[in-house]
Design a protein around this ligand. Structure first.
Ligand SMILES: [Zn+2]
Length: 54
């Protein structure tokens, strides 16, 4: 399940996959496994919470 968000052209919610408008701020978190590092964005706090609890 690769994330296209790294391309920088647009972002999608890391939890539900909804496309996010670039003109607003969305909740985000970072994830690193020691070698790679990614910034994940979410529609809202509910998706962020759901992703963290998964
Ligand atoms: Zn979402």
């Amino acid at each position: 399940m690769a994330s296209p968000a790294d391309s920088g052209g647009f972002e999608t919610c890391a939890h539900c996959g909804a496309r996010l408008s670039g003109s607003a701020w969305f909740p985000a978190t970072t994830r690193g496994d020691g070698e790679s590092f990614a910034v994940l964005s979410f529609c809202d706090g509910d998706c962020l919470t759901a992703w963290r609890e998964r």
